[in-house]
Write a protein that binds this ligand. Structure first.
Ligand SMILES: [Zn+2]
Ligand SMILES: [Zn+2]
Length: 143
């Protein structure tokens, strides 16, 4: 998947007239290795980029749809690779420390969600492109 991933990201960036530089690849690798969305500080700690270029490159990756900002319960922005590039998943959000963890649900539940989505669409005319299912609570470290 790794080569496909970088190829797809190179195309996304190219569509916006951006180059897939070493620094951007470094950021993507940090996010790819992470098992959960990371704050900018965590990305910096895990990568080897100077602060200023890391923030600039993160903004470019976000603008090109490579990286998504994950909504949490605190003021810290967290980032992950876009689901189009990885796999569909959901988030566990700790209301105590703000950490966000990834989790997946069984295919049967995803199928049920798709069925509900179709019902909602026919009842409301709302065309759903995506869904979120976040669980809020206390993580194991905070409990
Ligand atoms: Zn916590
Ligand atoms: Zn889902």
């Amino acid at each position: 998947m790794s080569d496909d991933l970088h190829g797809a990201i190179g195309e996304l960036l190219g569509d916006d007239g951006q180059r897939y530089t070493t620094g951007r690849r470094n950021l993507v690798e940090v996010l790819r290795r992470a098992s959960r969305p990371l704050t900018a500080a965590e990305i910096l700690a895990a990568g080897s980029l100077p602060l200023s270029s890391a923030y600039r490159n993160l903004a470019v990756l976000e603008a090109c749809g490579v990286v998504h900002r994950v909504a949490g319960t605190d003021e810290l922005a967290r980032f992950e690779l876009a689901e189009d590039l990885t796999d569909h998943h959901h988030h566990l959000i700790c209301t105590e420390c703000g950490t966000v963890l990834d989790f997946t649900v069984p295919d049967a539940l995803e199928a049920d969600l798709a069925a509900v989505t179709a019902e909602v669409a026919s009842a409301t005319g709302f065309r759903t492109r995506h869904h979120r299912l976040d669980l809020l609570g206390r993580c194991a470290d905070c409990d």
